[in-house]
Design a protein around this ligand. Structure first.
Ligand code: EPZ
Length: 427
């Protein structure tokens, strides 16, 4: 297994190209199941999770072609074609490796009238149930059975009529599964308290490009008029707002000045607002976002929330930054029950952080010192990289497969802006 070696202290300066959004790509790919025509997705990030999802799609008979692109370029275009669905089973050994696989449930059910998907199980940040996915599909007329660790969904003869579902909790994945099922229902469906994340808007935009009829895009009330068939489309995945926010924190903690090429400031609103409050200069234009820091950072309280609130996926990275801020910052994690796994590792690097339940109190500024640290979940791992960039001495980050799931060629992008970072084989 590889590891990253980071020697901290360099001010980051220059331009980082932002890749296509992982969490948008993971819901756009299964849309290919909704039509027998070709769906071409552009600007897909080169990530382990994306490869994994494409492999899963081949289980159902989906072919995919990746036109040649020079390896040094970021991103790639993929054409997916589900002419015929040869199986509607998503097996355990594939689903357990990537919980986003549950997003094939809605489209398989809508296209073939049935779907059997292994239950994803929890992960490091929480038990992450899928009850809301199932309740939404039942509201549309599906019959749901749970047995032997699988969920089996069946549509009535003639297909699902559609229906109305009011989400008791905002759920990105459940909104996505419901949307991908509703578009082929025979009637009209309504989703209330639906997630409003930019990735949901990206999904709606692709579905509309495929011929779906959706009202209220970008709001928490979505009305979907089912259509009999959808056609193919070509669609460019939105830029990754979490990758961009992560590199903004990396620039800020080093007192650097970095342009995030391709980032969309609108998608990053809450993160950019937090960075400004921490004392980071932020400017944006049509093609990207510029962040600059001059070394003095101010403590700031943060609470994660569904969009347009502060993304839970940015909490760990901002916490790293706040270890270097003057004063006391209180961070509240309201989405997942166990999303402070970066805290013990940051503490080993000299951070002063106390956690009680879902609240973390960060006191700074502290001098961070390099250490051998272990990645645990995707965003926690990135927070350790960010801390390592500002730490005195050398930081070694192991278990890089966590990072490779969400950050395309991380060390190359950081080297572009002057970070002293290298990936080596773990002896
Ligand atoms: C998506 O996960 C993202 N993953 C996560 O990003 C992100 O943290 C999360 O949304 C919140 O923004 C992808 O898009 C692939 P949820 P998802 O359903 O859909 C509870 C990353 O780092 N819930 O919005 O699984 C759930 O337990 C990853 O890129 C239910 O109770 O998140 C959680 O507390 C991590 N029942 C809350 O809702 C359900 O049926 C929000 O979860 C579904 C969810």
């Amino acid at each position: 297994m590889d590891k990253l070696i980071i020697r901290g202290g360099n001010r980051l300066s220059g331009t980082i190209p932002i890749s296509g959004a992982k969490n948008a790509a993971l819901t756009l790919i299964p849309c290919a199941l909704l039509t027998e025509e070709a769906v071409t997705l552009r600007n897909l990030p080169r990530l382990a999770d994306i490869d994994g999802f494409q492999h899963l799609m081949t289980q159902f008979g989906v072919s995919h072609t990746i036109p040649g692109k020079r390896p040094e370029e970021f991103g790639r275009n993929v054409t997916l074609e589900a002419m015929r669905i040869t199986s509607s089973v998503a097996p355990y050994d594939l689903v357990r490796k990537m919980r986003a696989s549950i997003l094939v449930l809605g489209p398989l059910l809508a296209r073939t009238g049935e779907a059997t998907v292994s239950l994803p199980g929890g992960c490091a940040i929480g038990n992450r149930p899928i009850d809301l996915h199932l309740k939404a599909l039942e509201a549309f007329g599906a019959q749901i059975e749970l047995a032997q660790g699988y969920v089996r969904a069946m549509a009535p003869d003639g297909g699902m009529p559609g229906g109305e579902f009011d989400f008791p909790v905002v759920s990105v994945g459940a909104t996505e599964n419901a949307l991908m099922a509703a578009v082929l229902c025979s009637g009209t469906s309504r989703l209330i308290n639906a997630a409003r994340e930019p990735e949901i808007v990206d999904l709606c935009n692709l579905l509309v490009a495929m011929g779906a009829e959706i009202e209220g895009i970008g709001t928490s009330e979505l009305t979907i008029h089912g259509v009999r068939k959808l056609h193919g489309a070509t669609y460019r995945v939105m830029p990754d707002r979490i990758e961009a926010g992560s590199y903004a924190c990396a620039a800020a903690i080093t007192g650097g000045e970095v342009r995030l090429e391709g980032a969309d400031a609108h998608d990053m609103g809450s993160t950019l607002h937090a960075l400004r409050n921490i004392g980071v200069e932020v400017e944006s234009d049509k093609h990207g976002v510029n962040v600059a820091a001059n070394g003095t950072l101010k403590a700031h309280n943060l609470t994660t929330a569904p969009f347009p609130g502060l993304a839970t996926d940015m909490q760990a990275q901002l916490m790293s930054l706040l270890t270097r801020a003057e004063g006391t910052s209180v961070l509240k994690e309201t989405i997942f029950e166990n999303r402070f796994m970066h805290v013990p590792e940051l503490t080993r690097m000299g951070a002063n952080i106390e956690t009680t339940g879902r609240t973390a109190v960060v006191r700074g500024p502290v001098e961070l010192t390099g250490a051998e640290v272990m990645a645990t979940d995707l965003r926690a791992s990135m927070s350790l990289v960010i801390a390592g960039l500002a730490a005195q001495g050398e930081t070694t980050v192991r278990r890089l497969y966590h990072l490779d799931r969400g950050y395309e060629r991380l060390e190359e992008k950081l080297q572009l802006v002057g970070a002293d970072i290298e990936r080596v084989g773990d002896d």
